[in-house]
Design a protein around this ligand. Structure first.
Ligand SMILES: *[C@@H]1O[C@H](CO)[C@@H](O)[C@H](O)[C@H]1NC(C)=O
Length: 269
């Protein structure tokens, strides 16, 4: 594997917090990240499993990674590194690729998994393509872990991370995302609501914090591949493969929107 080319973007400010508190010394986060990269590159000479990528080294060197999936939650770098996702919750195995009723999702479907209140580490029983009928509105403390299966979220609306926290999205193929909306969609066991027309993003982060989007392939969506807007912060977007797009990424939607002055995002590799 080639040493990945490195492109890092850091956005930060010291304005008072609104939602999630900005890291006081963002330069320390940057230094930590460079230290992790240096260690990983040094290990290339010594460890046969080493990739030169500190995130991958963190879990791939473990031959039993499949038994220790939650270890991934401690492998992030940058401003989203404290996103624990569903690390402290149960394993949820998605067995059903359907999405027939976004208000009353069936147990075993991805939508049933992501709306739950409890933390969940969500994995897939087999390869599958999930064509969502409406946006997948996630609840807090969830990991969607596609490792070990080929999972496509494609051909319908895709993932929405709105006013929630601690989300990890890893190892998915997210593509051909369409607009959804003008429909009722459930966002928790106790609540569903009316969604207006969505943009058709691959991953839409709206007022979200502690989010890590790692190792996905994203392509050919109606709007952005990953958008982070409306006061979203504490985000790492790493190791993603992005192709066939007009708009790859939107960080903040308006120069005059003050809450976005707090935005801290790491984009790596
Ligand atoms: C990482 O390695 C580079 C090149 O050797 C060096 O200039 C830099 O100071 C190192 N950074 C950290 C934080 O260790």
């Amino acid at each position: 594997m080639a040493i990945p080319s490195l492109s890092l973007l850091f956005l930060f400010t010291s304005l008072p917090l609104v939602s999630s508190s900005p890291v006081k010394d963002p330069e320390l986060v940057v230094q930590d990240l460079h230290r992790a990269i240096n260690v990983s590159r040094r290990n290339l000479k010594y460890l046969s499993c080493a990739t030169g990528n500190p995130i991958d080294d963190c879990w791939r060197c473990d031959p039993n990674w499949e038994k220790n999936r939650r270890r991934l939650a401690d492998c992030a770098i940058g401003f989203g590194k404290n996103a624990i996702g569903g690390r402290d919750g149960k394993l949820y195995v998605v067995t059903d690729s359907s999405d027939d009723d976004p208000v009353n999702p069936k147990p075993g479907t991805l939508r049933h998994a992501v709306i739950q209140d409890e933390p969940l580490w969500i994995v897939f029983a087999r390869d599958m393509t999930i064509q969502l009928k409406e946006e997948l509105i996630m609840n807090s403390f969830k990991t969607i872990d596609g490792r070990g299966a080929s999972v496509h979220i494609a051909g319908g609306p895709c993932i929405t991370i709105q006013f929630v926290t601690n989300i990890i999205i890893h190892g998915l193929h997210i593509h051909d995302c369409k607009q959804g909306g003008n429909a009722m969609v459930r966002d928790s066991p106790r609540h569903y609501g009316w969604r207006t027309t969505s943009d058709g993003d691959g991953v839409s982060i709206f007022g979200g914090s502690h989010i890590w989007v790692d190792h996905n392939s994203l392509s050919n969506c109606k709007d952005g591949l990953i958008d982070a807007i409306y006061g979203s912060t504490a985000i790492t977007i790493s190791n993603n493969h992005m192709t066939h797009h007009d708009k790859v990424m939107l960080l903040g939607h308006s120069d005059s929107y003050m809450k976005d002055k707090n935005m801290q995002v790491t984009i790596a590799f």
